[in-house]
Design a protein. Structure first.
Length: 289
């Protein structure tokens, strides 16, 4: 069985940077110091656990008298939370991905120019919540399906922006629809991250050329789930696993070629374990013949 791993599988630049900042902070930290991330640093439970072993704990909030160091994850935080953190006695390590920061800056700019913001993404995702918090209250709409477009204020000038991990085709279809129905000027920010686009493009090509496609990544990772949906639409034998433990030998019966891709928050060591497990299953099958 031939196993092909997409070259872009795994950690993207922003995640690599955030995890490194957390590990560096853990190494530099005195034993008495508290080191926390506000929410899990990335959407991968195994990485979060390995950081806990180094003394970096995820918290949902901080007490007023906390003297800890807070690491802001790659998704960023809402603008009001950042302001509140700055007013406390905490040290802030800002690991917000520069591409997410750029999206926050675009929204600040468009808002001050009077644009109503249309953000394409998942309203429950921390990145969307952090980015959209830079818009004025009641001057934005978050869109997750073409049906939501019926709610856009057609007589406003509009600024369109997308979650960095958005599917390019879906963002394009929203842009096309908005151009058809609005009456005023529109500006479009291309905030889909290159890392996401590359991963999606490579996964599409791989999924069309293999018998089985495996997508590795946290079940709570939006970009991994998006990769799974993209691959599943092309290759029905697509399976999403978080670790090698979920790999099932039944998936590979009669398979000649297996493709592997992985979300932006999946570390190399988990991808390697998945590859080795599949290789091992293949060897066992050959021995049984
Ligand atoms: S996917 Fe792109 S925007 Fe998101 S953290 Fe990674 S590099 Fe940054």
């Amino acid at each position: 069985m031939n196993i092909i791993v997409a070259p872009s599988a795994g950690f993207c630049f922003g995640v690599k940077r955030a995890v490194k900042m957390a590990v560096d902070a853990a190494e530099a930290c005195k034993p008495s110091e508290k080191l926390n991330t506000l929410g899990p640093i990335i959407h991968n439970p195994q990485v979060v656990k390995s950081l806990e072993e180094k003394g970096v704990y995820s918290v949902n909030g901080i007490e007023d008298d906390c003297h800890c160091t807070i690491i802001i994850r790659s998704h960023g935080v809402k603008s009001d939370i950042m302001e509140r953190l700055k007013s406390k006695k905490v040290t802030i390590i800002d690991a917000t991905c520069p591409f997410v920061k750029r999206a926050q800056n675009y929204i600040t700019m468009a808002t001050s120019d009077g644009y109503f913001i249309i953000m394409v993404g998942d309203k429950n995702h921390p990145e969307v919540q952090s980015v959209i918090s830079f818009a004025d209250k009641n001057r934005f709409l978050i869109i997750n399906g073409l049906d939501d477009l019926k709610n856009i204020p057609v007589s406003e000038k509009l600024a369109l922006i997308s979650q960095t991990t958005q599917d390019v085709n879906f963002y394009n279809s929203v842009i096309n629809e908005v151009f058809k129905i609005t009456k005023k000027e529109i500006i479009v920010f291309n905030t889909i991250c290159d890392a996401t686009k590359l991963k999606q493009d490579e996964s599409k090509i791989l999924a069309s050329n293999v018998d089985v496609m495996i997508v590795v990544g946290g079940y709570n990772s939006a970009n991994t789930n998006k990769l799974k949906n993209i691959c599943k639409a092309i290759q029905k034998n697509t399976y999403h696993v978080e670790t090698e433990k979920e790999v099932d030998s039944k998936w590979f019966i009669n398979a000649k070629t297996v493709g592997i891709t992985a979300g932006a928050s999946t570390p190399d060591w988990i991808i390697e374990k998945v590859v080795n497990t599949i290789r091992h299953l293949d060897n066992n099958q050959k021995m049984a013949i």
